[in-house]
Design a protein around this ligand. Structure first.
Ligand SMILES: Nc1ncnc2c1ncn2[C@@H]1O[C@H](COP(=O)(O)OP(=O)(O)OP(=O)(O)O)[C@@H](O)[C@H]1O
Ligand SMILES: [Mg+2]
Length: 431
């Protein structure tokens, strides 16, 4: 297990390193294709070591990277790297109740930004204002509140209170004018960095913030910038994209910009192999942040698994650092009790027993693992129930699943935990 953990961490680092190299090689397409292929290969290896939705994510990322690499190669008249032909076999066999995995041979659309945007409940954009690759700030803007709310978050009370306190204070500054006049001028200037291990809910929390902001904060706008939006094959386009996003934000009084995996953007400029490309992009981001501050109150929220890789100038602006860690045993039990409820017997004590048994089985589990578990259980319950009642679509309750079946699914979860990595995370002085 320790070996698997180490390999996963190494592969993640290899992936991030290759991506950074690909970013820096932006002017040199041949080099960029090489590093994209390297990053894809790390993702492919990761997909073999992980399971469930995590494995699917790696396969999708591998496919996306290969597609971009192959496009470049096509442009340069080089030979394509074939995509892996099928979903790699999971390390542990899973009962066949999951929907069919996304085949690697059916790659993601060419433009990743709009695809991500849809997940974030972002509306499609018109062709007006699109850049050479079809990007517009609208495509990363959440226009309507989504369905992820603060109420659905487990173990994030502190993170939620940081955000809600900020907006309540900002609102009250307008009415409590005598008090506000005595506060420092930049008291309401704050940027937040969410950091923590993979699968703990950083991206999920960003979506919940979007929901909250759009519902409760007047004249607000919400953007989530996924890292791939700034990974373009055209020189200068990344910087233009950043600028266009900030120009769009200036139109609102309360814009929020989330930069997910901010380490990929602001990779520390001190690094030995940092190139001009990253330096320019980071400098531009810093200038844009400073420039917009006077005009509207942008709240910048970054998310990262590797805070020590974030550019020092960016990190120093993110004065509010919020650690998003693994859920406590209590939180795990609470989440399972709620999530498993529709699928187990209503007999007294059954639900509580299975939730606490499963929580006891899972060490270092992430919220992503738990959500995968609930998805599997719900898929099996749905399948069994619909098979048993083929002509009764009105049926309103599931046939209860045997607790043993749920424990079986739980036993197949492979949790990944690297003590060194986690220790570094919780000790910012070691960054
Ligand atoms: N605090 C939470 N409460 C409820 N569900 C959660 C929570 N955190 C994560 N989840 C579930 O786990 C899934 C994965 O979480 P998410 O993608 O936000 O993790 P992450 O921290 O961004 O991971 P990574 O660092 O790998 O990007 C979510 O889609 C959601 O279903
Ligand atoms: Mg994330």
């Amino acid at each position: 297990m320790a070996d698997i953990t180490r390999s996963i961490v190494e592969l993640q680092e290899k992936y991030h390193a290759a991506l950074r190299q690909a970013g820096r090689a932006n002017g040199n397409l041949r080099l960029r294709a090489k590093y994209l292929t390297e990053a894809a290969s790390a993702q492919y290896e990761l997909s073999k070591l992980t399971r469930g939705s995590s494995s699917d994510d790696h396969v999708n990322e591998c496919s996306r990277l290969l597609q971009e690499a192959n496009q470049i190669k096509e442009q340069l008249g080089m030979q394509d790297t074939p995509a892996p032909q099928s979903q790699p076999a999971p390390a542990v066999p899973v009962p066949p109740v999951q929907p069919a995995p996304v085949p690697v041979s059916a790659p993601a659309p060419v433009q990743p930004a709009p695809q991500k945007a849809q997940e974030n409940n972002v509306q499609g954009s018109s062709t007006e204002g699109l850049d050479v690759e079809g990007f517009s700030p609208e495509s990363i803007q959440m226009k309507e509140p989504g369905n992820v709310s603060f109420d659905g978050l487990i173990g994030m009370d502190h993170a939620v209170s940081v955000v809600t306190t900020f907006f309540k204070n900002r609102h009250n500054m307008k009415t409590y004018t005598h008090l506000a006049a005595q506060m420092p001028k930049d008291a309401m200037v704050m940027d937040i960095m969410l950091y923590g291990p993979p699968g703990t809910g950083k991206t999920y929390f960003m979506k919940a913030i979007g929901n909250y902001v759009l519902k409760t904060v007047p004249n607000s706008a919400f953007f989530i910038l996924p890292p791939d939006v700034l990974r373009t094959k055209h020189v200068g386009v990344s910087g233009d994209r950043l600028t266009s996003i900030f120009r769009e934000m200036e139109k609102y009084e309360n814009p929020v910009l989330c930069i997910d995996e901010i380490d990929a953007l602001g990779a520390s400029r001190d690094g030995a192999n940092q190139g001009q490309y990253v330096t320019d992009l980071v400098t531009q981001l810093l200038q844009l942040i400073d420039g917009v501050k006077g005009k509207s109150d942008v709240l910048l929220i970054g998310g990262t698994n590797f805070p020590w890789n974030v550019d020092p100038a960016i990190i120093s602006r993110m004065t509010e650092r919020v650690y998003i860690g693994l859920p406590t045993k209590e939180a795990v039990t609470g989440y399972l009790t709620k999530g498993l409820k529709p699928f187990v017997s209503k007999e007294a004590g059954v639900l509580e027993k299975v939730a606490s048994d499963v929580a006891g089985m899972l060490e270092h589990v992430t919220m992503r693992d738990l959500s995968t578990l609930i998805n599997r259980v719900s898929n099996e319950s749905f399948f069994t129930t619909t098979q048993a009642y083929p002509d009764n679509p009105e049926i309103a309750e599931f046939i209860p699943l045997e607790p043993e079946r749920i424990r079986l699914y739980a036993s197949k979860i492979v949790t990944v935990y690297d003590p060194e990595y986690n220790d570094r995370l919780v000790h910012p002085e070691k960054w």
